[in-house]
Design a protein around this ligand. Structure first.
Ligand SMILES: N[C@@H](CCC(=O)N[C@@H](CS)C(=O)NCC(=O)O)C(=O)O
Length: 216
């Protein structure tokens, strides 16, 4: 049975981008349903697919999985032949910790620098809390790369679920242009060079919907 991923606008929906990038990067076949968010009828449309009332959701036959991180876990279990999480136990533990931290943290960055892929590039007056989030993320990325990044340009060498979880942060850093280290920039460039990234951005560019309150 084919997988279906229900997502929001590619221009704004950072949570949708995560499992979408994962499926694409690993060449896992799926069809997508895009629901324009925050317009009349959006919620009802989402509720037709998932009781959470939020995207993303993955439909696999009669199984519905919602919430970005649990979708990554489901995909990892369903495709054990792919290294969705790093194969090394210690690397995997770190990848999961970093992904969980992404999922539960960085409210300041998320609030001040919403993902708006077409926003003209340039910095804001970043708050102290946003700068602390950025510093924490850079430190985590550097640590993962130093310990486990030898085999490639991604956090754990080869692309993994951790990179998918941080892809919208790469977008935010690229769009809002905080000062980052050369190593951070090199990692961002590697993510932005993936076919999955380019395909997501091409999809976003073809969208006509705009959510005025997200435009900064
Ligand atoms: N913790 C959830 C967050 C999901 C979420 O907040 N999705 C937003 C879009 S990025 C949404 O569905 N908003 C529509 C709404 O709340 O009506 C996840 O990781 O998937």
């Amino acid at each position: 049975m084919a997988l279906t991923l229900v997502i929001g606008n590619k221009s704004y929906s950072s949570w949708s981008m995560r499992p979408w990038m994962l499926l694409e990067a690993f060449g896992i076949a799926f069809s997508e349903v895009v629901i324009p968010l925050y317009v009349e009828g959006s919620k009802e449309q989402i509720l037709n697919y998932t009781p959470s009332g939020k995207v993303p959701a993955l439909i696999d036959g009669d199984v519905t999985i919602w919430d970005s991180l649990s979708i990554c876990e489901y995909v990892a279990e369903k495709f054990p032949d792919r290294a969705i999480w790093p194969r090394d136990e210690k690397a995997r533990a770190l990848a999961r910790s970093m992904s969980a931290e992404m999922h539960s943290s960085f409210q300041a960055l998320r609030q001040q620098c919403g993902m708006v892929v077409h926003r003209p590039k340039g910095p804001l007056d970043f708050s102290v809390d946003t700068l602390a989030d950025i510093a924490r993320i850079e430190a985590m990325w550097a640590n993962a790369r130093a310990k486990f990044g030898q085999g490639g340009p991604f956090l754990f060498g080869a692309f993994s679920a951790a990179d998918a979880m941080y892809a919208p942060v790469v977008c935010r850093f690229d769009v809002y242009q905080p000062k980052v280290s050369a190593a951070t920039r090199a990692y961002m460039d590697a993510v932005m060079a993936t076919p999955a990234w380019k395909k997501w951005m091409a999809g976003a560019a073809s969208e006509t919907w705009r959510i005025p309150r997200f435009e900064t």
